[in-house]
Design a protein around this ligand. Structure first.
Ligand code: GAR
Length: 216
Protein backbone atom coordinates (compact mmCIF):
# COMPACT_ATOMS: atom_id res chain seq x y z
CA UNK A 1 0.00 0.00 0.00
CA UNK A 2 1.74 3.15 -1.17
CA UNK A 3 -0.92 5.73 -0.36
CA UNK A 4 0.49 6.73 3.00
CA UNK A 5 4.13 7.57 3.09
CA UNK A 6 5.64 5.73 0.20
CA UNK A 7 9.18 4.78 1.25
CA UNK A 8 11.78 6.32 -0.96
CA UNK A 9 15.48 5.50 -1.38
CA UNK A 10 17.36 8.31 -3.12
CA UNK A 11 20.61 7.56 -4.96
CA UNK A 12 22.97 10.48 -5.49
CA UNK A 13 26.54 11.25 -6.57
CA UNK A 14 26.97 14.97 -6.08
CA UNK A 15 25.53 18.24 -4.85
CA UNK A 16 22.09 16.86 -4.08
CA UNK A 17 19.88 19.82 -4.97
CA UNK A 18 17.25 17.42 -6.30
CA UNK A 19 17.53 15.43 -3.09
CA UNK A 20 17.00 18.71 -1.22
CA UNK A 21 13.86 19.42 -3.25
CA UNK A 22 12.58 15.92 -2.50
CA UNK A 23 13.35 16.27 1.21
CA UNK A 24 11.68 19.68 1.41
CA UNK A 25 8.57 18.35 -0.33
CA UNK A 26 8.46 15.15 1.72
CA UNK A 27 7.72 16.97 4.96
CA UNK A 28 4.31 17.81 3.61
CA UNK A 29 3.63 15.00 1.18
CA UNK A 30 2.71 11.37 0.80
CA UNK A 31 6.29 10.09 0.61
CA UNK A 32 9.13 9.78 3.07
CA UNK A 33 12.82 9.39 2.34
CA UNK A 34 14.06 6.29 4.16
CA UNK A 35 17.67 6.47 3.07
CA UNK A 36 20.12 8.29 0.84
CA UNK A 37 22.84 6.29 -0.84
CA UNK A 38 25.84 7.82 -2.58
CA UNK A 39 28.56 6.14 -4.61
CA UNK A 40 30.71 9.20 -3.86
CA UNK A 41 31.89 9.72 -0.28
CA UNK A 42 32.34 13.45 -0.94
CA UNK A 43 28.82 14.00 -2.16
CA UNK A 44 27.46 17.19 -0.59
CA UNK A 45 24.03 15.59 -0.71
CA UNK A 46 25.11 13.31 2.15
CA UNK A 47 25.45 16.35 4.40
CA UNK A 48 22.07 17.64 3.27
CA UNK A 49 20.49 14.30 4.27
CA UNK A 50 22.29 14.17 7.63
CA UNK A 51 21.03 17.66 8.42
CA UNK A 52 17.52 16.30 7.98
CA UNK A 53 18.22 13.19 10.08
CA UNK A 54 17.90 10.88 7.12
CA UNK A 55 20.00 7.72 7.12
CA UNK A 56 22.93 7.91 4.72
CA UNK A 57 25.12 5.29 3.23
CA UNK A 58 28.19 5.38 1.01
CA UNK A 59 28.75 2.54 -1.40
CA UNK A 60 31.85 3.68 -3.19
CA UNK A 61 32.11 2.04 -6.61
CA UNK A 62 35.89 2.54 -6.49
CA UNK A 63 36.11 0.01 -3.68
CA UNK A 64 34.66 -2.80 -5.80
CA UNK A 65 36.45 -4.87 -8.41
CA UNK A 66 33.59 -4.84 -10.84
CA UNK A 67 30.31 -3.15 -11.66
CA UNK A 68 28.63 -6.41 -10.74
CA UNK A 69 30.15 -6.42 -7.24
CA UNK A 70 29.24 -2.74 -6.72
CA UNK A 71 25.67 -3.34 -7.78
CA UNK A 72 25.43 -6.44 -5.61
CA UNK A 73 26.42 -4.36 -2.58
CA UNK A 74 23.82 -1.78 -3.57
CA UNK A 75 21.15 -4.45 -3.91
CA UNK A 76 21.93 -5.92 -0.50
CA UNK A 77 21.45 -2.51 1.12
CA UNK A 78 18.33 -1.78 -0.88
CA UNK A 79 16.88 -5.08 0.26
CA UNK A 80 17.38 -3.98 3.88
CA UNK A 81 15.84 -0.56 3.22
CA UNK A 82 13.00 -2.15 1.26
CA UNK A 83 11.86 1.04 -0.50
CA UNK A 84 8.64 1.35 -2.49
CA UNK A 85 10.51 3.55 -4.94
CA UNK A 86 14.11 4.29 -5.89
CA UNK A 87 14.76 7.81 -7.14
CA UNK A 88 18.01 8.46 -8.99
CA UNK A 89 18.83 12.11 -8.31
CA UNK A 90 22.09 12.99 -10.01
CA UNK A 91 23.35 9.42 -9.61
CA UNK A 92 26.17 9.28 -12.14
CA UNK A 93 26.76 5.54 -12.51
CA UNK A 94 25.30 3.59 -15.41
CA UNK A 95 23.31 0.70 -13.98
CA UNK A 96 23.39 -2.71 -15.62
CA UNK A 97 20.31 -4.33 -17.17
CA UNK A 98 20.39 -6.93 -14.38
CA UNK A 99 20.09 -4.22 -11.71
CA UNK A 100 17.51 -2.16 -13.55
CA UNK A 101 15.31 -5.15 -14.37
CA UNK A 102 15.26 -6.12 -10.71
CA UNK A 103 13.54 -2.84 -9.85
CA UNK A 104 11.70 -2.15 -13.07
CA UNK A 105 8.60 0.01 -12.53
CA UNK A 106 9.98 1.12 -9.17
CA UNK A 107 12.95 3.20 -10.26
CA UNK A 108 12.86 6.74 -11.62
CA UNK A 109 15.50 9.11 -12.94
CA UNK A 110 15.74 12.82 -13.61
CA UNK A 111 17.74 13.79 -16.65
CA UNK A 112 18.70 17.30 -17.78
CA UNK A 113 17.43 17.24 -21.36
CA UNK A 114 14.29 16.83 -23.40
CA UNK A 115 14.68 13.10 -23.95
CA UNK A 116 15.18 11.34 -26.31
CA UNK A 117 17.48 14.23 -27.21
CA UNK A 118 20.81 14.52 -25.40
CA UNK A 119 21.13 11.32 -23.44
CA UNK A 120 24.33 10.95 -21.42
CA UNK A 121 26.44 13.71 -19.89
CA UNK A 122 27.31 17.38 -20.58
CA UNK A 123 23.83 18.03 -21.91
CA UNK A 124 23.85 21.82 -21.35
CA UNK A 125 27.13 22.27 -23.23
CA UNK A 126 25.94 20.10 -26.11
CA UNK A 127 22.63 21.94 -26.36
CA UNK A 128 24.45 25.30 -26.63
CA UNK A 129 26.89 23.92 -29.22
CA UNK A 130 23.97 22.65 -31.29
CA UNK A 131 22.33 26.11 -31.25
CA UNK A 132 19.11 24.76 -29.83
CA UNK A 133 16.45 27.32 -28.93
CA UNK A 134 14.96 25.15 -26.21
CA UNK A 135 16.16 22.69 -23.64
CA UNK A 136 14.70 21.15 -20.52
CA UNK A 137 14.42 18.26 -18.14
CA UNK A 138 12.76 14.85 -18.15
CA UNK A 139 11.65 12.55 -15.37
CA UNK A 140 11.38 8.99 -16.63
CA UNK A 141 11.14 5.38 -15.59
CA UNK A 142 14.52 3.68 -15.70
CA UNK A 143 14.85 0.80 -18.12
CA UNK A 144 17.77 -1.09 -19.62
CA UNK A 145 18.31 1.57 -22.24
CA UNK A 146 20.41 4.47 -20.92
CA UNK A 147 18.13 7.51 -20.42
CA UNK A 148 15.69 5.66 -22.64
CA UNK A 149 12.80 4.65 -20.37
CA UNK A 150 9.32 6.09 -20.84
CA UNK A 151 9.04 9.77 -19.98
CA UNK A 152 6.61 10.79 -17.24
CA UNK A 153 7.05 14.57 -17.35
CA UNK A 154 9.14 17.05 -19.27
CA UNK A 155 9.54 20.77 -18.68
CA UNK A 156 11.04 23.10 -21.26
CA UNK A 157 13.21 26.16 -20.83
CA UNK A 158 14.41 28.64 -23.47
CA UNK A 159 18.06 28.79 -24.49
CA UNK A 160 19.39 32.35 -24.83
CA UNK A 161 22.23 33.53 -27.08
CA UNK A 162 24.44 34.47 -24.15
CA UNK A 163 23.82 31.27 -22.17
CA UNK A 164 26.74 29.36 -20.72
CA UNK A 165 26.39 25.74 -19.56
CA UNK A 166 26.14 27.15 -16.03
CA UNK A 167 23.35 29.67 -16.69
CA UNK A 168 21.42 27.04 -18.63
CA UNK A 169 21.93 24.44 -15.90
CA UNK A 170 20.54 26.89 -13.33
CA UNK A 171 17.43 27.50 -15.45
CA UNK A 172 16.91 23.75 -15.92
CA UNK A 173 17.53 23.01 -12.23
CA UNK A 174 14.68 25.33 -11.20
CA UNK A 175 12.32 23.14 -13.20
CA UNK A 176 13.93 19.93 -11.91
CA UNK A 177 13.22 20.89 -8.34
CA UNK A 178 9.54 21.37 -9.11
CA UNK A 179 8.83 18.34 -11.24
CA UNK A 180 10.69 15.59 -9.40
CA UNK A 181 8.76 15.92 -6.11
CA UNK A 182 5.55 16.15 -8.12
CA UNK A 183 6.24 12.92 -10.00
CA UNK A 184 7.26 11.12 -6.80
CA UNK A 185 4.01 12.21 -5.15
CA UNK A 186 2.08 10.82 -8.13
CA UNK A 187 3.89 7.52 -7.71
CA UNK A 188 3.20 7.55 -3.97
CA UNK A 189 -0.48 8.11 -4.65
CA UNK A 190 -0.50 5.07 -6.96
CA UNK A 191 -1.30 7.25 -9.95
CA UNK A 192 1.67 6.12 -12.05
CA UNK A 193 2.35 2.83 -13.73
CA UNK A 194 4.64 1.35 -16.34
CA UNK A 195 3.72 -1.54 -18.62
CA UNK A 196 5.32 -2.76 -21.85
CA UNK A 197 7.80 0.12 -21.76
CA UNK A 198 5.06 2.74 -21.61
CA UNK A 199 4.17 5.11 -18.78
CA UNK A 200 0.62 5.69 -17.55
CA UNK A 201 -0.82 8.41 -15.33
CA UNK A 202 -4.26 7.71 -13.87
CA UNK A 203 -4.49 4.70 -16.24
CA UNK A 204 -4.01 6.93 -19.29
CA UNK A 205 -1.14 6.27 -21.64
CA UNK A 206 1.30 9.18 -21.50
CA UNK A 207 2.55 10.67 -24.78
CA UNK A 208 6.26 10.46 -25.66
CA UNK A 209 6.87 13.84 -24.03
CA UNK A 210 5.15 12.82 -20.80
CA UNK A 211 2.25 14.39 -18.93
CA UNK A 212 1.31 18.01 -19.13
CA UNK A 213 1.94 19.71 -15.81
CA UNK A 214 -1.26 21.27 -14.53
CA UNK A 215 -1.50 23.18 -11.30
CA UNK A 216 -3.03 20.85 -8.72
C1 GAR B 1 20.82 17.22 -12.18
O1 GAR B 1 20.83 18.23 -13.12
C2 GAR B 1 20.28 15.94 -12.76
O2 GAR B 1 19.27 16.16 -13.70
C3 GAR B 1 21.52 15.40 -13.42
O3 GAR B 1 22.55 15.65 -12.50
C4 GAR B 1 22.24 16.83 -11.79
C5 GAR B 1 22.36 16.51 -10.31
O4 GAR B 1 22.25 17.68 -9.55
N1 GAR B 1 21.40 13.99 -13.70
C6 GAR B 1 22.00 13.41 -14.71
O5 GAR B 1 22.72 13.99 -15.50
C7 GAR B 1 21.72 11.94 -14.83
N2 GAR B 1 22.12 11.45 -16.11
P1 GAR B 1 22.00 17.57 -8.01
O6 GAR B 1 23.05 16.62 -7.43
O7 GAR B 1 22.19 18.98 -7.51
O8 GAR B 1 20.59 17.07 -7.79
Amino acid sequence: MKTNHCKLAVLISGNGTNLQALMDASFNSNFKISAVISNNPNSFGLQRAEKNNIATLVINHKEYDSKQAFEQALMIKLKEINPDLIALAGFMRILSPNFVNHYVGKILNIHPSLLPKYTGINTHQRVIEANESEHGVSVHYVTEELDGGPVIVQEKVPVFNDDTPETLATRVAEKEHIIYPKVVSWFAADRLAMAANKAYLDQELLPAGGAEIKSE
